[in-house]
Each structure stands twice: as structure tokens, then as C-alpha cells.
Design a protein around this ligand. Sequence first.
Ligand code: DUC
Ligand code: ZN
Ligand code: ZN
Length: 470
Amino acid sequence: MGTLIKNGTVVSPTGRIAQDVLIDGEVVRAMYMPGAAPEDGHRVIDATGKYVIPGGIDVHTHMELPFGGTFASDTFETGTRAAAWGGVTTICDMAVQTYGGNVHDGLAAWHAKAAGNCAIDYGFTQIIGGVDEESLKAMRYLTENEGVTSFKLFMAYPGTFYSDDGQILRAMQTASECGALVMMHAENGIAIDVLVGQALARGERDPKYHSFSRPADLEGEATHRAIVLSKVAGNVPLYIVHMSASEALDEVAEARHRGQNVFAETCPQYLYMTLEDHLAQPGFEGAKYVCSPPIRSKHDERHHHADLWKGLRTNELAVVSTDHCPFCYKDQKELGIGNFSKIPNGIGGVEHRMELMYQGVVQGQISLERWVATCSTTPARMFGMYPKKGIVAPGSDADIVIWDPNVKTEIGYTKKHHMNMDHSAWEGFVVDGKVDTVFSRGTVVIENDQYVGRKGHGQFVKRGLSQYLV
Ligand code: DUC
Ligand code: ZN
Ligand code: ZN
């Protein structure tokens, strides 16, 4: 006996079609003209007036990330459960190798944290925090044998995750040889450290100075440098993560117009939040919005929000992720009272990306199809998971969200909030649309406003190479 989703509108990047969907076991068995499916014995779900979309894929999360003397507060258990609440059926989390550590040990540690704990499927990107002969060899091994085919490098955070240009070039050359994707945190960390030191010396200690000391030009500069290095490394696929600034978007757009294999993602916080309204809140409240790159000013000469939305429409930006990196206010964000540079960087958002991006559809910023493309189908293709993930089609995993566009979602700590945090960075946001039912590989994990999944249901996804090259 399977499950038949009837009377819904199936949405993909190429359009929307009235179709019934038959789930059999873990996969989609068949799609039918409305009413044409035999009902024999199946559980029938009526999706009249609702959208049937491939489950969300968030390719940038940090469960339990060690950062600034503490750890991101979601475990794989709490974080993947919250993801399910948000219509996400796959995450790619970032396994960590820090300078001097061993890549294989880092990956093994991440497998140990995730195995048996996840509500939904998960893959890994490997952070390379120390580029040397051993880690370069490991990059090749992980790509060819472990289903870990993307690597995050940092041009920021000297002393922890930072790689210099020579190291970046070497990692890119290795990725180019084995077909891996390089994900880049593009901010000029050396220059930022100078500005941070100068700000502190002037007595500028509040959270808002986090943004002033990480100017958009230094994101644009690093993005430019990463793009040049990727070209020198043989046009290796380069994916700029968490883009916040128009200056960086310009660089990606130009590279793409030249035909380079350059892609980028942004995150909801860079589309909705501002320095003035969030980071600069009175007292220490702004700490809740400290992330890197920082939330930008609405008074900058460039209109970052408008440009990023345009980038999503035009495919200058291919993907929306969250960079989910939650920290509690108490005892974690508070580490930076009196010194903004000690505030752990990160915002929790894995639960709210689908909702916040659907609001972009309602507001006319992106189409329904682009919502599905940037939040599910393109991440699947970019990260070598398609067509297992990212599409509602016969043979694909039955990772499906039934989305109700007729009701609203109120986000807030005492409203909709399932991440392991003592506050919500999205407090007070009321958006149109709502996650109705979520299937993970054919199993219902969310229905009737209840989590009905279980820890350990989620499986590791061995990924292939990126399928998104020009
Ligand atoms: N940015 C954040 O805000 N948090 C974790 C790491 C990062 O790059
Ligand atoms: Zn980053
Ligand atoms: Zn990140």
C-alpha cells in the first residue's frame, strides 16, 4: 500500500502542473493526470489548493560547529528535526578540519555526530582549515570514495579556518583535477582583523561594529580574488557562500558572463535584515544578528537587498541556503558583551528558509518556480544529488512537501520555533504560506502541526560530482 497525493499542483523549476503523485515505499512510483490514479488501498491525501514541491535542500548548515570557544547549539538531532518542521528534507552540513587536524578524523567525527540522530537525510561538505600535502590527498580521496565532493575554504578567520592565496590555489588545483566543488567564504580576513583592532581601540564595542568592521568592499575584493584564483586553477567550479553584498554579486555576475564556472548562494538574513533594524538594536540585542559576512546597512550606496533579489531572479545567484549556525543568547552570544569580536558568529535559520523565501514569491521578488529551483532543485544538481533529490518525479526519493499557500506562519520563540536556541532571530516575522505535510523518503515526518518522524530515520547521502557546470 502506498500514499496517493491527490488534487495538488506539482511545482518544479520548469513550471506547475496539476498532477497526482503516488508514493511507494521510499520513492515516487508514478505521476498521474488528476483523478486517473487507481486508489486501490492507498492512503489518500487531498492536496486541493496546495502545492506539492520537492523537499527543501539546505546545503549550508553548521550543527555543533566549534566557534569562538563554544559550539553551535543545534545537534544533528535537534537541527534536523527543526529542518523537517521547515519543509527541509536534506541538509549538507560542514564537517570540520581545523589547522593541524586530520581531514579523515574530522569527517569521521561528523559521521559520529550525525549517524543515528537525524530526522532527515544529510550529506557533508568538508571544511579544509589547513591546506597541506595530507589534506590535499584527502580531498581527492573524499571526492572519489566518500561521497563528499565539496570543500569549504575560508578567506576569513585568520588563526582558525583561514587559508592564504597559495593554499587556496593549491586546493583549487586539486579540486579541479578530481572534479570537486570549492565553496568559498569570501571576506578579506587579514584586512578585517586590522579594522576590528582599530574599532576596539576606539572603544567601539557594541554588536553593530561587527558590521562596520567587515565592509562590503572586502567581500567584493575577496570574491574577485577567489574568482581569479579559480580561473588560474583551470576554471574549477567555484561556489561563493552566503553572499551579502552587491559588490560581491557584481564579481560573480561578471565572471558568469565571461563563462566561468562561478556560482553563488545567499541566505534569508541578507535579503531581509539590516544593520539599522537588527544589529544596531539597543543594548546587546544586536548580538542575535551577528553573523559573517555581516548584515549590511540600508544606507550603503549599493542596495544590497534589491540586488540580491534580482540576482536570484536572474540566476546570478543559484541557491538559497541558511548558513544555519545557531547560538543561544545566554552564555553564548553573551561571550561578546563589551567586545563585539568575541560574539560567536551565526544565526539559526534552517527551519525558516522555505517560509521566508516563499514570502519572496508572495511579494513578487521571485516566481514559484524559482523558489523551488533555488531552495531544492538547483542545490540537488549543484551538489551531485539529482535526480535522487530535488524533484518530484518517478524514481526519485519521495522527499515531498505539501505547501499550503492559504494560511500564514507566525515565526517567533513562542510561536513557530523548533531550533535549539533561546531566542529567534526571526521574531515577529509573519509570512504567507505554511508547511502542511512533509515526507522524507516516503515517511511522513510532519503532519497536522505535529512532528511524527524519528531520530535515525535520516540517512547519509553519498553525493556525486556537481551536475551544474556551464
Ligand atoms: N559565518 C557565520 O556567521 N557562522 C559560522 C561560520 C561563518 O562563516
Ligand atoms: Zn562562512
Ligand atoms: Zn558557513
